[in-house]
Design a protein around this ligand. Structure first.
Ligand SMILES: Cc1ncc(COP(=O)(O)O)c(C=O)c1O
Length: 386
């Protein structure tokens, strides 16, 4: 398999070789790598709930009581009381009739899209949708149609000339994971209604963070009743692992019967279910928690903009800093790393060519000093690399 080393050398040459960094502490604002401390600005543990004492304690308690693993898939013998409790809690949080929990967000997207759609259908996607949505769309063999990022005219054109399909499903990220901007959901749901298409929103990065009650972008735009399928994750702001879909009971029952990534994989461990329930307690119980977090995000963004960095229209806690060149992006990331700050460069194929960038994300546990420290380094970067 000589091609392996040839292709790896090619990646190295183009500044695209990816290496894993091993963290030897928990995912706090400050992490340990090879015995050194680093300030991490790249976790999706937005609200810091992965380490929240209440969440950790709930996971430990459930693990002690119910063991480490669920032991089987949900339809065999893997459905434990905590899975049902978590699904009830998610339905209540999302104000929907029912919820179904998958082992990951990736599984939630793949399972729901592939069970609803087949070669008689078309799936219409924003160009910047997450890979799990793209993979699901490819796997189900529906005709894949892509509109340029947030381009509603193109979406309408596609809808106008795709009436021959049995079903049409528009799927969009709520918050785009590498850009931090939000899908124009009011326009999307209006177009869907006009052309009798279905809609699905992936709230992976918005669950727990965006919207008055933290339900995400559909809540933010007050269109929750007009979206057919809302998907979210437990792995980011909620701090543990898993994905979910909420909607009508018929949708959830359909997925329980048809979604292969629900049927043919082991259920979430009990400790993870309990951690997610405890995280929901926090998100639903104390609104100021989210508000303080978003104030920190606003402070960082305002100051990065003062330094004249292009934040690519970010509207949320995901803050891309456009660098463009892949090699320069990695040099800046390395410079930050040498200064004890962890912000990875994001390159193609994760983002389109010439939009290589740093992706900064804050955690609730970052202090103002942490943020000011980063801003001082970004001031140095502005002088040194541009
Ligand atoms: C928009 C989006 N959807 C889905 C996923 C998959 O979620 P999970 O990591 O829980 O599998 C991600 C994760 O990176 C994501 O960013």
């Amino acid at each position: 398999m000589e091609f392996l080393s040839e292709e790896l050398a090619e990646l190295e040459k183009n500044g695209l070789y990816r290496r894993l960094r091993m963290i030897t502490s928990s995912q706090e604002a400050q992490v340990s790598i090879a015995g050194k401390k680093y300030l991490s600005f790249c976790s999706n543990n937005y609200l810091g709930l992965a380490n929240h004492p209440q969440v950790v304690e709930a996971a430990v308690r459930a693990t002690q009581e119910y063991g480490c693993g669920a032991g089987a898939s949900r339809l065999i013998s893997g459905t434990m009381q905590l899975h049902t409790e978590l699904e009830d809690r998610l339905a209540q949080f999302e104000e929907k009739s029912s919820a179904i929990v998958f082992t990951t967000g990736y599984c939630a997207n793949v399972g729901s899209i592939t069970s609803l759609m087949n070669e008689e259908d078309t799936i219409i996607l924003d160009k910047l949708n997450h890979a799990s949505i793209v993979d699901a769309a490819r796997l189900c063999r529906a005709k894949l149609q892509v509109y340029p990022h947030k381009d509603m005219n193109r979406l309408e054109e596609i809808l106008k000339r795709s009436k021959q399909f049995r079903r049409r499903l528009i799927v969009t990220d709520g918050v785009f994971s590498m850009d931090g901007d939000m899908a124009p959901l009011p326009e999307i749901v209006d177009l869907a209604r006009k052309y009798e298409a279905y809609t699905m929103v992936d709230e992976a990065h918005s669950t727990g963070v965006i919207g008055e009650k933290g339900r995400g972008v559909a809540e933010f735009y007050n269109v929750e009743d007009k979206v057919d399928i809302i998907m979210g994750t437990l792995s980011k702001a909620l701090g543990s692992l898993g994905g979910f879909v909420v909607g009508d009971t018929s949708l959830v029952e359909f997925l329980k019967n048809k979604a292969r990534s629900f049927i043919y994989t082991t259920a979430l461990p009990p400790g993870v279910c309990m951690a997610a329930i405890a995280a929901l307690d926090i998100v639903q119980g104390d609104v100021s928690y989210r508000k303080q977090y978003l104030d920190k995000v606003a402070y960082l963004k305002q100051n990065l903009e003062k330094l004249d960095f292009d934040l690519m229209g970010s509207e949320t806690q995901i803050i891309p800093v456009l660098i463009k060149d892949a090699v320069k992006t990695m040099e800046i990331s390395k410079f930050l790393y040498e200064k004890g700050v962890l912000i990875p460069g994001i390159r193609i194929p994760t983002v389109p060519k010439d939009t290589n960038r740093l992706r900064i994300s804050l955690m609730a546990s970052h202090t103002k000093d942490d943020i000011d420290h980063l801003l001082n380094l970004m001031t140095e970067i502005r002088k040194k690399f541009f």
